[in-house]
Design a protein around this ligand. Sequence first.
Ligand code: GUN
Length: 294
Amino acid sequence: MNLLDGKLVSDRIKAEIAAEVKTKMLDAGKETPHLAAILVGEDPASQTYVASKEKDCMEVGFISSVYRYPANISQEKLLEAIRFLNNDNDIDGFIVQLPLPGHIDKNKIIECIDPAKDVDGFHPVNVGRMVLNIPSYIPATPFGIITLLEHYKIETEGKHCVVLGRSNIVGTPVSILLSRKSKTGNATVTLCNSHTADLQEITATADILIVAMGKKEFVTADMVKSGAVVIDVGIHRVPSQETKSGYTLTGDVKFNEVAKKCSYISPVPGGIGPMTRVSLLLNTLKAAKKEFIF
Ligand code: GUN
């Protein structure tokens, strides 16, 4: 078994980004890349994610700003905040941290973001471009998964990739990327959901198994083919008295038993999490360089 070391790969990419910012942008008199985040309410997980994004930006020399609003902000006020960022030339890209409070229509919010600044790649224009293989922002987790597979030279062409979970953020986009006609695609993809019948029979035929269903340690060794590549996107806190934080992290895969059976596996923590974070930085760099034409 080989570990797909997302921490190591993301640290290397971060060093490359930092070098590019310093030598090609700042020294050349260009503006510093600037990522903004809109955070609504006090959800602890969202606060942690946004704080991590600020830390990542600082590490690579980007500017970051966070716009915080109370959970009871009206939809119209939030749309106004987005229009403001759309028109702020100092900001290259921004994200609206999800989930949003129930009274806000998430789709209306996403559709209001200028696609050229949509570094999450959630706007229908970016999703449509991704489907059509037109250069665009790719959502951070799928982008991170593809980059990690590429780094370890894991061939996808002609392989059977099974994806568990069809979310807009992970499962659906990663299934599109893997099945696209491209160097990191050309796979045969089965996208499973909670209604899928005979799941174990399907997963056991996967050359590459991507698990993004949000169910703690759901995937067990009997569901995995010998020699498969397993990507674990899940992240769950498990209370523990042995750590200072009071918890440990685990994924959607029973790591200890599955690791023995597969050729490659991404750990939790240190696998897809850091690859997701660095992918947002890469998207922000592309935004600052105006890499895509809209
Ligand atoms: N909430 C969980 N993941 C994400 C993400 O990738 N982007 C945003 N905006 N919110 C999230």
